[in-house]
Design a protein around this ligand. Structure first.
Ligand code: FES
Length: 281
């Protein structure tokens, strides 16, 4: 093999930066600060709402509005659209206050927490790991990069299984949204349009845009096919999912804020703070 006598260039590796050190001149800190603020506010509100165990189903004036934080409603009061004919499961520990949301929220929370977009966002915003691209990390983590190949972060790989659950939830929430357009009246069940109907239907649509733009959906929809020209239907699926996937971050935030707003709306209707404007035909 021919050898060059030219001297090898002296490469200088960049030295480790201290936490927050950077040569960036833009306002790189705005993004993690905003993500931290919005996500933290949502987590605090959602936790509070999940433990309330009341004001999640509004049936005033024959409406049928179920908060998405409590859907599907496995257990509940007799006048509520519960699946099992009981207020709470018999095995629920007596020392723990019961709320139906606690039985179901693990699936959507797990789906969001393991989302590829959110991982990047909250690793930056909550752990500063790194705070943003090209910005020094905190020293407490040590110098050995372990990535997501070890516990606990290896559990993030469960995302595709949460995706399957999320698809079921989208179907249920879509049904809730459609159901919200039908009102019980003295003449029977009538079609109508209330503010709550629109809020709940949009909730299912926004969550669907987020869920079906998932990277897993892209793979399942056709990304795994080696020769797309031989699988036109899968290629069409892949193309549709890719269109949503390009705006995955946008749908992640819109759906997060709207699902919180949907719970707020139902809750305030139940409390009598809101009047649900509607027309019933
Ligand atoms: S990657 Fe975000 S929901 Fe799957």
């Amino acid at each position: 093999m021919a050898r060059s006598d030219l001297p090898l260039p002296q490469l200088e590796l960049p030295s480790l930066r201290g936490f927050g050190e950077t040569t960036r001149r833009d306002a790189w800190w705005i993004q993690p600060v905003v993500v931290f603020g919005v996500l933290a506010a949502f987590v605090v509100y959602a936790t509070w709402a999940a433990f309330q165990g009341k004001n999640y189903f509004y049936d005033g004036g024959g409406a049928h509005y179920l908060s998405p934080f409590y859907s599907p409603l496995l257990f509940g009061q007799p006048n509520e659209p519960r699946i099992f004919d009981a207020v709470s499961p018999g095995w629920w520990p007596a020392w723990l206050p019961f709320s139906p949301a606690l039985l179901i929220l693990g699936a959507p929370v797990g789906f969001r927490m393991t989302c590829y977009y959110y991982r990047g966002a909250y690793y930056k915003a909550f752990w500063g790991d790194p705070p943003n691209c090209g910005v020094g990390e905190p020293g407490f983590r040590g110098t050995r990069y372990r990535g997501e190949r070890w516990l606990p972060l290896v559990l993030q790989n469960a995302h595709r299984y949460f995706f399957y659950l999320a698809v079921i939830f989208i179907g249920i929430l879509l049904w809730d949204g459609i159901r919200a357009f039908f009102f019980h009246t003295d003449e029977g069940t009538r079609f109508g349009i209330g503010v709550g109907s629109v809020v709940l239907l949009l909730n299912a649509i926004f969550l669907g845009m987020y869920t079906f733009g998932c990277h897993c959906a892209r793979h399942i929809g056709g990304g795994h096919v080696d020769e797309p020209s031989k699988a036109p239907i899968r290629h069409a699926c892949w193309t549709c999912v890719t269109a949503l996937n390009k705006r995955h971050m946008l749908w992640a935030w819109i759906s997060l804020i709207w699902v919180g707003w949907s719970d707020v709306y139902v809750r305030l209707c139940c409390a009598g703070s809101f009047t649900d404007w509607r027309v019933v035909f």
